[in-house]
Design a protein around this ligand. Structure first.
Ligand code: HEC
Length: 460
């Protein structure tokens, strides 16, 4: 059964998800890496009885809680809203397949919040050992929640043998699980360094020794993180299904992003190493901001690529990107796309009652006999169901009106009949021949004309 569609003008809904997901990852990765950093560093400060460093760490924890708990929770809820609206079928599938995983995720989430608050609000009132233990409870539960969510998101890209066995653990420990866990743990450590370094650059510590200490200590997780990101990233590519590798190679924008990921990671590593790690006094707001921006670019590009290669399946082998199940394609082709969905049937009944045959089923041939404006409206509905998940209409991200600029009606029809033959990363069109006609007519009406005045030698 198909759900109602959600059209986000200009951006398209998947791009909105990518945007919110990238912002969320900036915060949630810090929640993990920063937690581990704070656990390690408070232990170090107690051990070396450095009360000034301990005071700085308390200051940083306040900043950390504000950013991760408040902002992280808001963007996290934002993701649930957008994926639920944009990809209801995929969201439903992931909830069903991983019920137990989500339950564990929420346990660790609650543990994280409680331990973070105890860690901060009971600072100085707990024996050092207990305080450190609370820090570790936070750090480990934050990391485990990263591991859990990675198992589920990695599944979307390559479910491996789950397709045959349908077993929870087989799905969870899919071929993408380890590489993504390594890359994300690395990203978390890398971001933690950049956040601490940025915070410290604006922190008014007049003691140069303390500044130097914060600056060198803050680089340590980042140096390890950059290595893990690189190792995990290469392994991630190797563990992709062949179609995702091909989608990555085919899209020039993604090629550029891949270069950005690796180049920015290397630059951050070099800047951390030759900057604050080797020269502790080297800590200025400008340098910290620059470093932070490079780090965000690398991680943002990585998240974006991960989202973008999921075609033609949004959950590989389980849900097509056009929000239908692979096994539904044939049935929709013989019964009709509009007829197969609760919402599309209701829409036809309301707008085009003349197209309902006996028994209230849609008579697809009668749709073709409607006046032109109604036919275009029906074609538009088909567009929003079948193509809206990757294309905007006339202006904006990957607009079909632009992609088909100057195309003849025959060319347009051939793509509608078999989008998967034009580009392997498009899902097949699951409608009857009459619906192919309606969608083609609509697309012909919106395709932009061949650029006026353009003449190419030898062109027809
Ligand atoms: C899973 C995502 C996805 C879906 C769903 C999808 N497309 Fe595409 N389509 C793409 C991508 C990606 C491209 C390459 C676009 C680019 O280069 O900007 C593309 C390219 C195209 C092109 C240009 C093809 C060429 O050879 O130049 C057309 C036309 C097109 N799509 C039409 C459609 C129509 C019509 C539908 C609905 C029936 C549809 N697409 C559904 C992802 C999708």
């Amino acid at each position: 059964m198909h759900y109602p569609w959600w059209y986000v003008p200009f951006l398209t809904s998947p791009m909105l998800i990518a945007l919110i997901a990238v912002i969320h990852v900036y915060v949630s990765m810090y929640a993990v890496g920063g937690g581990l950093f704070l656990a390690v560093e408070t232990a170090y400060a107690y051990r070396s009885t450095n009360s000034r460093y301990l005071a700085y760490l308390k200051e940083h924890t306040w900043f950390f809680i504000l950013v991760t708990v408040v902002f992280g929770a808001i963007t996290g809820v934002g993701i649930w809203w957008t994926i639920g609206l944009a990809s209801p079928l995929a969201t439903e599938a992931l909830i069903h397949i991983f019920v137990f995983g989500w339950a564990m995720e929420y346990v660790f989430f609650v543990l994280e919040i409680v331990s973070a608050f105890i860690f901060f609000y009971f600072w100085g009132r707990l024996p050092p050992r207990t305080h450190q233990t609370i820090g570790w409870i936070y750090g480990i539960s934050a990391w485990l929640s990263l591991v859990l969510i990675t198992g589920i998101t990695a599944f979307m890209l390559n479910p491996g043998t789950w397709i045959e066995r349908q077993d929870f653990w087989v799905g969870f420990f899919n071929p993408q699980f380890l590489p993504q866990t390594i890359a994300r743990t690395g990203g978390a450590l890398l971001l933690a360094s950049l956040y601490v370094y940025l915070h410290a650059a604006f922190y008014r510590a007049d003691d140069p020794e303390l500044r130097g200490l914060i600056s060198t200590r803050s680089t340590r997780p980042g140096l390890l993180g950059a290595v893990l990101v690189t190792v995990g990233g290469v392994w991630w590519y190797l563990a992709l299904p062949a179609s995702a590798q091909a989608a990555l190679a085919a899209a020039s924008a993604l090629n550029i992003l891949m270069v950005i990921i690796f180049a920015a990671t290397i630059v951050v590593f070099a800047m951390l190493y030759f900057g604050p790690y080797r020269n502790p006094e080297w800590i200025t707001p400008g340098f910290a901001l620059l470093l932070f921006t490079f780090g965000l670019a690398a991680i943002g590009a990585g998240e974006f690529v991960r989202e973008a290669v999921r075609k033609p399946f949004i959950v590989y082998g389980v849900v097509l990107s056009s929000q239908i199940l692979p096994e539904e394609v044939e049935r929709f082709r013989s019964v009709g796309y509009l007829e197969s969905g609760l919402w599309t049937r209701a829409l036809v009944a309301e707008r085009f009652p003349g197209a309902l045959g006996g028994g209230g089923t849609i008579d697809e041939a009668a749709l073709l006999a409607l006046p032109e404006s109604d036919r275009l409206e029906a074609g538009r509905v088909l567009f929003f169901n079948a193509c809206n998940d990757c294309h905007s209409v006339a202006d904006g991200y990957s607009s079909v009106a632009e992609l088909m600029r100057g195309w003849t009606p025959e060319m347009i029809r051939s793509v509608v009949e078999h989008p998967e033959r034009a580009q392997f990363f498009m899902p097949p069109f699951a409608g009857m021949p009459e619906e192919v006609d309606l969608l083609t007519e609509y697309l012909v009406s919106i395709a932009r004309p061949y650029p006026p005045g353009l003449q190419i030698p030898g062109g027809g």
